[in-house]
Write a protein that binds this ligand. Structure first.
Ligand code: SIN
Ligand code: MN
Length: 270
């Protein structure tokens, strides 16, 4: 999948691109089932909210076949190779739950702020992709973006170790308010299968989910191979150290899994 000239211009101006329904319902359903399996497992990579529900599962592409395929999907890898102009490795992979009623806040931050300070990633030559595997609505804790905030470079942040179970370099209210005076604040919403591609410098957050609907989103954080991290302060399943270039799989790699699951389901009821 190649981005058009208009999309490149839009990305440059706003710092993100939205692709509603880029994956089919069937492809998203495979990922949702696998997310539930991962959350139900007792793995060190699954971090939980204070209530005990899953908050995020790290590195699922290394231990789950469906997420492994998503992590090399051409609809995700090709546009980022185009934007970052070269081969990519997976810096981080998260399946964020934001569970119905109990999903907690993600404070205002820039991802590159953490990657620079904690992992010594040299440049913001890295990108996030969010794949919705539930419908994301105004009600269930959507991502909030400040359009254009990626143009500010790395902004001042403090290390928040207390608000949630996930340590993060977060922005104070004054900084967020100033940025939003200029760029406003948007919450892209859409059906499961939709994709948001956003700059690692874009300022973003998400509110708690007190709705009765889950909001599961998978995040691929892709980095140009030359820009790999220099410091190994965090666990390797949080900030990866395998800098091998990702080779895209065929476009039907997930669809094939959904077809084989249908086969298994049909066999088990017959
Ligand atoms: C993140 O910013 O890394 C996660 C935000 C979310 O899943 O709501
Ligand atoms: Mn983030």
């Amino acid at each position: 999948m190649k981005l058009t000239k208009e999309q490149l211009k839009e990305f440059d101006e706003s710092g993100y691109l939205f692709f509603p329904g880029l994956f089919s319902e069937a492809e998203a359903a495979v990922l949702k089932t696998e997310a539930q399996n991962v959350y139900a497992s007792d793995r060190k990579e699954v971090w939980r909210e204070s209530s005990g529900v899953a908050r995020t599962a790290f590195a699922a592409h290394t231990y789950n076949e469906a997420f492994k395929r998503l992590g090399a999907h051409p609809r995700l890898i090709e546009p980022v190779e185009q934007l970052l102009d070269g081969p990519l490795y997976m810096h981080q992979f998260k399946v964020n739950a934001k569970a119905a009623f109990d999903g907690e806040v993600w404070q205002w931050h820039q991802d590159y702020g953490t990657w620079k300070r904690d992992d010594e990633m040299p440049e913001p030559r890295a990108m996030n992709i969010a794949v919705f595997i539930d419908d994301v609505t105004a009600a269930n804790g959507p991502l909030l973006f400040i359009p254009g905030s990626h143009k500010q470079g790395v902004v001042a942040a403090g290390h928040d170790l207390e608000t949630t179970s996930y340590p993060l370099w977060t922005l104070d209210r004054e900084t967020v308010s100033k940025l939003a005076e200029k760029g406003g604040c948007v919450a892209p919403t859409g059906p499961s299968g939709s994709v948001l591609l956003f700059s690692s410098l874009l300022v973003h957050a998400s509110p708690a989910n007190i709705s009765p609907f889950d909001r599961t989103i998978v995040y691929l954080s892709l980095c140009h191979v030359d820009n790999h991290i220099r410091a190994f302060n965090r666990e390797e399943w949080i900030a990866h150290r395998d800098f091998t270039p990702i080779k895209s799989l065929p476009d039907d790699c997930l669809e094939k899994m959904s077809k084989s699951n249908e086969h298994v389901a049909a066999a088990s009821v017959s």
